[in-house]
Structure formats: C-alpha cells, structure tokens
Design a protein around this ligand. Structure first.
Ligand SMILES: [Zn+2]
Length: 426
C-alpha cells in the first residue's frame, strides 16, 4: 500500500515537472494586443500560461526554444459571432431540419478544429442551429481534453418571438410538429423561463433576437420584435444571474432599445444611426458588426434562392451600414470581430479584420478588435486577448507583417493554445 502511494507520488512529480517545463517562443516581431510591438521578442511559457514577455537576448538558458525566425507573433484570435453547427449550407433552416443534433455536433467539431488551426483560439457562439445543445457537448469534450479545439463560450439558442427572425416561417399553419432551432417564446413569463433554461443547460451568454433578421423568411430586420416588457424581463433575469446579454439588432430603434436595456454586445447593428453611436459611447456597449457574412453572401451565393432576401437587403443597405460603421469606428465605439459564419472555411473568417481596416481601423486596431477588445467584451481579460504575463498562452504567428498587410492574417503559420502547439508551418 505504502509503495503504491509512493509510486503515485513520484508519478505526480514526473507529471508536474513535465508540465511545468518552460518554453520560449522567439521571433522577429511580436504584437502584444495592447497596442505595443516588440522586436526580437521572446515569450516564456510555463504550463498553460505566459510567465514573461521580453527580448530574446534575455531568455534564461536550459529551456526549450521554439524559434519562429522572422514570423510575427500575436494573441490568438477570438471570433465573437460564430455558428459552428452549420456547414455553410445556403439555407441554414433546411440544414437544421435535415440533420440531427449528433450530425451537427460532428460538423461542429470539424469546424471548430479548422477554426483553431486558422488562428481562432476562442469563439463565442450566439445560439446555433439545434433544438438541443450540441455545441455545448463539443465545448465540454474540448474542455475535458477529449478533443483539440478552441475555447467555446456563448448561448445555447437565440431567443425569438412567434414569427420572428428565429422562427420557421415558411411552413403552413398545419405543420405544428416541426421543431424550430431557436427558442420561440412570447410574453414576459415565457421569456423568463427561456432565459432560466438557457442558463440551466450551460449558456454563459443569453442571445436575444430583438429585431427581425436578414436570412429568415417572412420577417423584416427593420422591425423591433420584442416588446419593452419582454426585453426588460429577459435582461433582468440574465443580469441577476451574472450572465451577459448579446442582442441581435438591425434596426436603429432595436439597437437603442437593447443598449438602454443593458445588452453588453450588439450583433450586426446594420441600421445604426447617430443616436445609436452616442449610446454605444455613453454605455460602453460593444458592437459586433459581422461584415464577413455580407461579403460571403455577395461573393459566393449571388444566385441562391434561399438567400435572395438577405442578398437584396445587403446590396441595398450595405453602403449605408458601412458609412455609419466608419463613423462609429472614428468616434471610438468599441467594435469587436465576429464573422457570423460556420467556420467551414476558416481562413475566410479573417476577412473580418480586412473589412474593418477598409472602414477606417488601422491594422493594429483591427488586430486589437479581434483579440483584446473581444476578450474584454467576453469578460475574460484576465486570461485572454493579449500576450502578457499571467494570460493563457494562446498565441498565433504569420510569416509577413500584418501591420503592412492585414490579409496576412488569412495565412496563419503557427498556433498555440494554452501552451500546446497546435500547428507549426515553417
Ligand atoms: Zn448570427
């Protein structure tokens, strides 16, 4: 018995010393996520976390070195709006009806592993295409170490009203047995119950479809769907449980209503106006404009019947959206990176950085939007978003200089998550 205990003790010592071995990543340049760059940089890592950041000439001897030559290091990217249960099917509601929760979980695992290899070390899911909670099963399996994948945060479902952007609006009234992917609820008490269920089954965010949507049949993104009473109850219920709310809001009225009610992030914000910009600044609310999905519609789906509504609205209003977003960026609204894609084509997701640069951000600001700003919005700035001592060693690298060409972010060569090398291309 005693010798068995001793064996366990020594085994634990071996595990601890193996795990606590220090590693230094050295490279020509480092963008730390706070706005600073360091040349000839060294990041020293122990276990899952960064213990120091400095110059490579100062690294202690006897530690493992990963020499990335002339690469540029950055914090791992965070996609604040990713729906990994889907497979880039042009009609996501048909995809939902055709596939079981188990099918979607497998698709999710493939998608998020691709995202991780493309540099996205964390994602936030704003509800997804499932009656159940398939992405939480994937999240939990990754957290237990059963599979490799990014850190996953977010909501189980989007919460919508009858006939709203989260409902299945293309069936006849006789088809009452069809299960919708989101939660369709009406009135304050159903809202309260839905929020409680979401938290009970593992949501660390609540997602409300405050206005209509671009992609669903039969509703108008310029209409506000929630009553003030419904919104207040949902917000109150989430806030008492310390769970932040993300509000899908296209119309100007929906945006201002959701900010006033206390939403932490506004998703899309397509019809933003000056009053909205003032409210974002006053309340410190984050805007996740999800420009990439609009680009995706126009570049790859122009002839899609299923996306005809989304494409027509995008074409008509995109210039106005971009104008107001450029104004919001200039005014100092906290804008984060979110793609609204499934992750099926993970490199495409880095287009969000390029779009933000096109609308007035410097490359440094865009990189910070997808790292530090998003970590702050997630409430995870102690762990994520920058390369600083104490943070998780979630680090990516590219070969070129992303401050000269933001499109370099589409070509990730190195990924580390929590101190483990996921990808290294030389
Ligand atoms: Zn979305």
């Amino acid at each position: 018995m005693k010798s068995n205990l001793l064996k366990i003790f020594f085994f634990c010592l071996v595990i601890t010393s193996a795990f606590s071995q220090k590693t230094a990543i050295i490279s020509k340049a480092l963008i730390d996520g706070t706005g600073k760059t360091i040349t000839n940089a060294a990041v020293i890592i122990e276990g899952e976390r960064i213990i120091s950041v400095g110059k490579k000439e100062n690294i202690p001897s006897g530690i493992t070195i990963i020499d990335l030559g002339d690469y540029t290091l950055m914090p791992g990217f965070i996609d604040m709006h990713c729906h990994p249960l889907g497979n880039a099917h042009d009609d996501y509601q048909i995809y939902h009806l055709e596939n079981s929760s188990a099918d979607k979980a497998l698709q999710c695992l493939t998608n998020v592993q691709g995202m991780l290899k493309a540099g996205w070390t964390s994602i936030r899911v704003p509800g997804d295409l499932d009656v159940g909670y398939a992405h939480f099963a994937v999240r939990d399996a990754i957290n237990k170490g059963a599979f490799q994948g990014p850190r996953i945060f977010g909501a189980g479902h989007w919460i919508s009203v009858t006939g709203g952007g989260g409902d299945l609006n293309f069936f006849s009234d006789e088809q009452t047995g069809v299960k919708v992917d989101g939660l369709v609820v009406d009135g304050p008490e159903e809202l309260r119950k839905a929020v409680r269920n979401e938290i009970k089954y593992g949501s660390d965010w609540i997602k409300l479809l405050v206005t209509g949507a671009f992609m669903t049949a039969g509703d108008n993104p310029q209409n506000v769907h929630f009553s003030k009473e419904e919104l207040t109850v949902a917000m109150d219920e989430a806030t008492r449980r310390d769970v932040p709310v993300m509000a899908h809001a296209h119309s100007a009225e929906g945006i201002t209503m959701a900010i006033r009610a206390g939403a932490k992030t506004i998703e899309h914000g397509s019809f933003l106006d000056d009053e909205g910009i003032d409210l974002f600044l006053k309340n410190g609310t984050y805007l996740i404009p999800t420009l990439t999905i609009g680009k995706w519609f126009l570049e790859f789906n122009e002839n899609s019947q299923a996306l005809a509504k989304a494409i027509a609205i995008t074409k008509k209003y995109r210039p106005q959206t971009e104008l107001m977003l450029a104004k919001a960026i200039k005014a100092g609204v906290k804008v984060g990176v979110g793609t609204d894609l499934t992750g099926t084509y993970p490199e495409y997701c880095a287009n969000e950085f390029s779009e933000l640069v096109r609308l007035g951000m410097t490359p440094m600001q865009a990189i910070m939007a997808g790292t530090k700003v998003n970590a702050d919005a997630l409430g995870k700035s102690n762990d994520l978003g920058t390369i600083e001592a104490g943070k998780f060693a979630d680090i990516v690298a590219v070969k070129g200089d992303p401050l000269k060409d933001i499109n370099e972010l589409k070509k990730i060569k190195f990924v580390m998550k929590g101190g483990k090398v996921i990808k290294l291309e030389k």
